[in-house]
Write a protein that binds this ligand. Sequence first.
Ligand SMILES: [Zn+2]
Length: 476
Amino acid sequence: MKTKSLHLTRREWLKTTGLLGATTALASWPAAAALAAETTTPSAAPVWRAGVARKIITPEKAVWLAGYGSKRAPDGKLHDLWMKALALEDTTGRRVVLITSDFQGVPKGMSDRAFELIRKEHKLEREQIMFTFSHNHCGPRLGDDLVDYYPVEDEQVALVNEYTALMVTQLVALVGEALAQLAPARLQHGEGRATFAVNRRNNREADVPALLASGTPLKGPVDHTVPVLTVTRPDGKLAAILFGYACHPTTLNFRTWCGDYPGFAQLELEKNHPGAAAMFVNTCGGDQNPLPRRSVELCEKYGKMLAVGVEEALKQPLQPVSAGLRTAFELIELPYLKVVTREELTPLLKDTNAIRARWAARMLQKLDALEKFSDSYPYPVHAWRLGKELLFIGQGAETVVDYALRFKREFGPGTWVCGYADDMISYIPSRRVWEEGGYEGGANLYEYGRPAFRWAGDIEDRIAASVHKLVKQVRP
Ligand SMILES: [Zn+2]
């Protein structure tokens, strides 16, 4: 909607958008000026440039669906899977690209290769790229992610490797497209709510329907907030809606491609806002499930509930994001409690748990080949500051909800804690969850192919120390 026209001189516009002296901006002045003239509020002239790109990634060949520790060959699709990229540039030319995707788990081998190519082709360093995945369990296998979950079939291994290589190529191209689309934009943020995530450690799945029906409060920490960031062009058109939620996309367990609840939420938002890309990040949903579950109706319902949470945020007065981008990144070594030994592995060859037996056989092969297991794993941590208002913390792997609750408390409003960034790795328990043990906190690292059963008990302290250090760098 056009209201007041805004008359800027070319020099004023370049100053406002921080592009004074940039030759590309000079070349595109007439078009940009026309857009600026349609800005609805003079005070909201863009201090950002943004670019958005999308790509369908639904496998064309019979790559199995990922997760759940079983072989699942695809039998069709409910809707397509997507990879999307949002490039942002501040007035000084600093850039970041956030990638969201409907993948279940991105392994280190795949993301490292992508980061290397992106550095070469697009001159972006690791701290400028966050490669997130929704952890969608109706998405395809990739590389050696959860490799021991599946029976080994040579044809399938070849298909997975071929698809993974294709996805790396397409990701690098997608980042290039998003950068090529960089154009003036306003960023705004807000927050909604959605309540379908349940702490799965503290509530038995079978009990949840009755508890909900009787109005009995469910137990355990949850994060029901829906953080929202919008990207709006100077003519008022929405280019992207980035939103987050802390919950496993495990509503469905079948053999049909779809994005689970985040897929339905993105479709709903893109239907409501034609032309805009809806992009989902799983905040810290490692110990959260959508309950009850296991029907397409419920999956669609949760997607719509999440979209309603986003729409509620959009109806509130959104807060502008001021100028300025800062980024910091590091890999920190997270120690295992104890590296597994040949003596511990040998009896597991006959384990009734097929995943554990395959893992033991693979680990023993490595030992036979004289490989020495590392006693720690390089864990990625990001901090991005957008203006004075937003702080994005990115963490690898399946972080439990305690991380989001902690860092939001420690760093205040406007903090997003994105889990499932860059590398699937394993569950990342907090100190509380580690001490409680159980599935996410206990001896689960073998499932992910790590040479150990458990993390050391102090990994939350190590991660928090890194996050605080990086946040200081971006918010000096
Ligand atoms: Zn998971």
